[in-house]
Write a protein that binds this ligand. Structure first.
Ligand SMILES: Cc1ncc(C[n+]2csc(CCOP(=O)(O)OP(=O)(O)O)c2C)c(N)n1
Length: 515
């Protein structure tokens, strides 16, 4: 057995069943070995940023690690923006990168570069395999690190000769570290603080936003009257279907300050303190109001759900589930031109139970996404690292992880243009993804930021550098060119009809909304 086969057999034993790949000559032994091993599905992505975003989406929705296969430094470089998002989402990703044969590197061939230096900022673990016999051990270690709390990217660089040379065979998986357990003293301390505070909130992130964490938080809220808040851009937020009403922290610091104003106690569960996305002169970077006590119940490394449950018990909270949030009556659908309110109404009345919603809609984001609670059960995935171009790949990975569920991706046109090649993979794999492109034909959020910075009127360059309308991008043609059927809508009724069709028919669909 060669090193490549020993790597895949080790990875399969450790729970990896998919690899988002864009290979080159230095990865071909790994490509061939996928056929020899037969337990890992190779999915071709036409740009490495699609590989990394899809692996992130797959890991978020499956709860299992996902692999990417990338071509030396340039391939890894193309993947970095979405590896950054995966790092911030704390997704378990094994980034495999091929390299030149060890004996060939000395001649400094054209594709040689410092791959480890490229990998480090987005990886919690980086290693270059030194020998064929080390490849399986390196892979086992990488996968364990990727999954150990809080989870992240582990990058393993495998020289071509380490893939092709003979080895002893695969290794058993290495168990990831367990999440940290919050001790009873900490639980008692936070319980006492919550009992003593008149205006308190739980601030939830990461795994605290899965079902068990939310249900425990609802018990605590029912017992103490505290609010339940979520980080602004959660990696994965379960919503609806009787889960509690949770408000996402607003994006702009002024709104976040108003949102948190008056709190005396903010309890962190699975998350670090709230901070502003960007620094604005005169506004604070840290968002916790002056005089409000920050108390960490559970860090992102800890089992935040278990800590919340223990806290609910310590507070004597009832075990009977709090009354389910009432199902919102479908909003009235107007028959006029489509706007953000119309989009929200169509989504609220159309989306089925169990839908996975991807939010990279930027300024077209319907408020419906910011407050969870009413409505059928759904799962929301957002962009925790703020690096746009995550939506189409992440939708692709989520759909592969959950073939029985539908994915609806709300996507700004600017962000979509970074990684539109994901549509081709959606077509090839026949994934049930409906992408609504919010085509305002500009980088609107940057114009909002310019306004906030006091620019009353855009200069010619500022206007040009935030404009996507000359020439206008034709999303219907782009999607069709990549094998995905597409339709353009301008009215509420047309969106309603198109979305209904997309939800009921198999395979992907793109709906271009001319904003
Ligand atoms: C990788 C990356 N490059 C650039 C940016 C800066 N950026 C943030 S939002 C944005 C434009 C978003 O445009 P669009 O998706 O059309 O949404 P809109 O703001 O128009 O609603 C840009 C370029 C970023 N966040 N990430």
């Amino acid at each position: 057995m060669n090193g490549a086969e020993s790597l895949w057999r080790t990875a399969a034993a450790a729970g990896i069943d998919i690899c988002f790949a864009n290979p080159g000559t230095t990865e071909l032994a790994l490509v061939k070995a996928l056929d020899d091993v037969g337990r890992i599905r190779g999915v071709l992505c036409l740009f490495e940023g699609v590989c990394s975003g899809a692996a992130d989406g797959y890991a978020r929705m499956s709860g299992r690690p996902a692999a990417t296969l990338l071509h030396l430094g340039p391939g890894l470089g193309n993947a970095i923006a979405n590896l950054h998002n995966a790092r911030r989402a704390r997704s378990a990703v094994l980034a495999l990168v091929g390299d030149h044969a060890t004996w060939h590197r000395d001649v400094d061939p054209p594709l040689a570069s410092d791959i480890e230096s490229l990998a480090r900022p987005v990886s919690r673990w980086v290693r270059t395999s030194r020998s064929p016999s080390g490849v399986a051990r390196d892979a086992a270690e990488a996968i364990a690190v990727a999954q150990s709390p809080p989870g992240g990217v582990a990058t393993l660089i495998v020289p071509a000769d380490c893939q092709t040379s003979e080895t002893d065979g695969p290794l058993d998986p290495i168990a990831p570290e367990p999440p940290g357990r919050v001790g009873s003293a900490e639980i008692e301390r936070v319980a006492a603080a919550l009992r003593g505070a008149r205006r308190a909130a739980l601030y939830l992130g990461a795994r605290a936003l899965l079902e068990e964490g939310q249900r425990a938080a609802a018990r605590i809220a029912a017992q103490t009257g505290c609010r339940i808040l979520a980080e602004t851009f959660p990696a994965r937020l379960e919503r609806g279907g009787g889960l509690p009403a949770i408000e996402r922290l607003p994006y702009f610091p002024e709104r976040a300050a108003a949102f948190l104003a008056g709190l005396e106690l903010l309890v962190l569960a699975g998350v670090t303190e709230p901070v502003s996305f960007f620094g604005y002169p005169g506004l604070p970077s840290r968002l916790t109001p002056a005089g409000c006590v920050l108390d960490t119940l559970a860090s992102p490394q800890d089992d935040a759900s278990a800590a919340l449950e223990a806290l609910a018990d310590a507070l004597g909270a009832s075990r009977t589930p709090a009354a389910a949030a009432s199902i919102a009556a479908p909003a009235e659908l107007s028959d006029g031109r489509l706007d953000v309110a119309g989009l929200a109404a169509v989504l609220a009345s159309t989306l089925p139970e169990g839908v996975i919603v991807i939010d990279e809609a930027a300024t077209s984001r319907p408020p419906w996404l910011l407050r969870s609670g009413p409505g059928p059960r759904n799962t929301l995935l957002t962009v925790p690292g703020g690096s746009i171009g995550m939506g189409p790949p992440c939708a692709t990975g989520a759909a592969l992880a959950c073939p029985e569920r539908t994915v609806v991706s709300l996507q700004g046109d600017g962000g979509a243009l970074y990684t539109l090649q994901a549509l081709w993979t959606q077509a090839r794999e026949q994934l049930h993804v409906v992408t609504i492109i919010c085509a305002n034909r500009k980088y609107q959020v940057l114009r909002v930021e310019l306004q906030r910075a006091g620019v009353a009127e855009l200069g010619a360059q500022a206007s040009a550098l935030t404009d996507l309308s000359h020439p206008p991008v034709d999303w219907v043609s782009l999607a069709r060119g990549l094998g995905v059927p597409a339709v353009r809508v301008e009215t509420v009724a047309a969106l309603h009809e198109a979305l209904g069709r997309g939800l009921s028919e198999p395979g992907p669909l793109v709906i271009e909304w001319l904003v």
